[in-house]
Design a protein around this ligand. Structure first.
Ligand SMILES: NC(=O)c1ccc[n+]([C@@H]2O[C@H](COP(=O)([O-])OP(=O)(O)OC[C@H]3O[C@@H](n4cnc5c(N)ncnc54)[C@H](OP(=O)(O)O)[C@@H]3O)[C@@H](O)[C@H]2O)c1
Length: 291
């Protein structure tokens, strides 16, 4: 029986990090791994290490039919197709259907924290994908990733420069996690050849409000950044005035609203349990940015 692992979205930032952790953190043999991407020609670095590559495009069922043959466990990395309503869910459903058709033993998926109660417009994509996995007949592991700390990479320099951090999130908090820790957790699940159906909340070590984020930034950078609380309309107006694309304005505003309502709050010990290593703190993330 095959023990091969296929990772979709292998050329993306998370996919690349999952492959690195499979090979370097977990010592998985390259011959066990298939890196799947719409552009397998971009996968030269892993191919040079002996990892097989395959074209995998959720919009092309034939690509998945060919690539999913002789695979034991599939990691579906959620796509970034947010521009067209309904597209991302149909892509993920096509991937689950192809996995079912190929008779794969286990499917792993990168979901979103608390998707059922989230007000973020793409949360239903995750709910629908999770449901399809549960009904697929294959085993499943759902990795509900918290908001990446990397999503703050634009807000941090702007706050350092202006001395103000604008938010509509009130005193709500979120379990921010680094992308690399999400990748480490996904790689740990894949390397262990999961046999049980499980949902994990993949969070950082602390649930942080904007006051907490700013206190850390001030401590690390020796600054006196102020938190400016805005109502939703004022926050959206500011994001638009800053020239952000509409889709990003929508996502950031929806995120702040979710945080304010408590939907992003809380942490779990899943990363430490799965990987044996605690997740990166925001203080360490910010200190690494500074150095
Ligand atoms: N939790 C968070 O805060 C957070 C933040 C940002 C994104 N995300 C989600 O997590 C995913 C991975 O994050 P990332 O940082 O690695 O983003 P990224 O670098 O932008 O990667 C986007 C991924 O989508 C894949 N993709 C797009 N269209 C596809 C298609 N038709 N078929 C198969 N795969 C397709 C790409 O794969 P190829 O190009 O290799 O085909 C790539 O891996 C994102 O796509 C998004 O769903 C979560």
């Amino acid at each position: 029986m095959s023990n091969r692992l296929l990772i979709t979205g292998a050329s993306g930032k998370l996919g690349t990090a999952v492959l690195t952790h499979l090979l370097d953190t977990h010592g998985v043999q390259p011959a066990r791994i298939v890196a799947g991407s719409r552009a397998p020609d971009k996968l030269t670095a892993v191919a040079a290490r002996g990892v097989a590559t395959a074209r995998v495009d959720f919009d092309d069922p034939a690509s998945m039919e060919a690539a999913f043959k002789d695979i034991d466990t599939l990691l579906i990395i959620s796509s970034d197709a947010l521009g067209e309503p309904g597209k991302r869910l149909s892509q993920h459903l096509a991937a689950v259907a192809a996995a079912k058709k190929a008779g794969l033993r286990h499917i792993v998926y990168t979901s979103l924290i608390s998707p059922e109660t989230s007000g973020i417009h793409f949360a239903p994509d995750h709910v629908g994908t999770e449901q399809a996995m549960r009904e697929s007949g294959a085993g499943w592991t759902i990795l509900r990733n918290a908001w990446y700390m990397e999503n703050l990479m634009a807000a941090i320099p702007s706050a350092l420069e202006s001395g103000k951090w604008y938010t509509a999130s009130g005193t709500g908090s979120a379990g921010y996690v680094t992308r690399d820790d999400c990748a480490r957790a996904a790689a740990a699940v894949l390397a262990a050849s999961p046999t049980e159906n499980k949902v994990y909340s993949i969070t950082g070590p602390q649930s942080l409000s904007v006051d907490d984020l700013v206190a850390t930034l001030n401590a690390v950078y020796g600054k006196t950044i102020e938190v400016v609380q805005l109502d939703e309309a004022g926050f959206i107006g500011g994001l638009k005035a800053a020239g952000l694309p509409d889709i990003l304005v929508q996502i950031i505003a929806e995120f702040d609203k979710d945080v304010k309502q408590g939907n992003m709050a809380g942490v779990s010990d899943a990363i430490a349990t799965l990987t044996g290593k605690a997740p990166t703190s925001f203080a360490d993330f910010v200190s690494a940015l500074k150095s």
